[in-house]
Design a protein around this ligand. Structure first.
Ligand SMILES: [Zn+2]
Length: 290
């Protein structure tokens, strides 16, 4: 069975047609983990999981929101007490160096201060995950001139002795991928893996020509997907964002996770059914889905 290990049906993007989106998940049928990015969306993810037996929730405060609200661990702990069976992970949490300017606009005094605050909140999430024996859903994003987000996350995880979780929508290097896998982590692949950078560069109606036959020269995720041990990868949409080809630029939704599986199957030379079955078993193993 298909499992979308990272979606946000709890976000406003679905306010007009949530039931239709859920119905398409039922028809598939599939399982979905909805991930919180702040207290309110965490609570909504839990409510969705309580209402829909094939839905699960992750709760946390996204690093881009640490200047929108304080992380109150006791509120999240209360959510866990209220829906222990339905909450399968803590997150998304981690370091985001892409949106630092936005945090400055929200009142942060310096880049250094933002990084310190993200780290403090990240460590609070780790503490909560440990206390409840739950895996972490990690968000990492490097900045244009600040490529240290994944290294920073790795250092904290190693120092805290954390070995259970997923680096969702992995966007680091192959070397960094190896580090996280060595630590015990899973890596999540989104629709970005279906994007072909060689065709994106061509504009003005010209026909794109691949630069080389070997796909590995185009998208670093293709190298990572080819390399990763089969017991360490997950598939996800990050819906409403990152819609895979052939629906790129439309709003994403969980059923499109199958296109991520298709691409990984092509890269690894396996069948789509095999990739779905392996990645779903990985999701069940990590999150203890029933
Ligand atoms: Zn997300």
């Amino acid at each position: 069975m298909l499992i979308d290990t990272h979606a946000h049906l709890n976000f406003k993007a679905y306010k007009d047609d949530l039931l239709a989106v859920i119905e398409r998940c039922r028809q598939e049928p599939m399982k979905v983990i909805n991930v919180g990015a702040a207290y309110d969306t965490s609570r909504k993810a839990v409510n969705l999981a309580l209402a829909e037996s094939s839905f699960y929730a992750a709760i946390g405060l996204h690093p881009i929101h640490v200047y929108d609200e304080e992380f109150k661990a006791e509120d999240y702990q209360d959510l866990i007490y209220s829906a222990k069976e339905n909450i399968v992970a803590i997150g998304e949490t981690g370091f985001d160096y892409w949106h630092l300017q936005e945090s400055l606009a929200k009142g942060a005094q310096s880049i250094e201060e933002i990084k310190k605050k993200q780290e403090k909140v990240f460590r609070q999430h780790i503490k909560l995950a440990k206390a409840n024996n739950l895996p972490l859903i990690i968000h990492g994003r490097n900045g244009k001139n600040d490529p240290q987000a994944y290294q920073g996350i790795y250092s904290v995880l190693k120092e805290e002795g954390v070995d259970r979780g997923v680096v969702h929508c992995f966007g680091g290097s192959l070397e960094e991928a190896k580090q996280f896998v060595d630590l015990g982590f899973y890596l999540g692949f989104t629709g970005i893996i279906t994007f072909d950078p060689s065709s994106r560069k061509i504009s003005g109606g010209q026909h794109p020509k691949p630069l080389a036959k070997d796909v590995s020269s185009h998208n670093i995720l293709w190298d990572i997907a080819k390399w990763i041990p089969e017991n360490r990868f997950l598939i996800e949409t990050d819906a409403p964002y990152l819609t895979p080809e052939p629906y790129r630029s439309k709003r994403n939704e969980p059923i499109y996770v199958k296109y991520v599986a298709e691409k990984i199957a092509q890269i690894r030379g396996s069948s789509v059914d095999e990739i779905i079955s392996i990645s779903s078993q990985n999701a069940i193993n990590l999150f203890g889905l029933k």
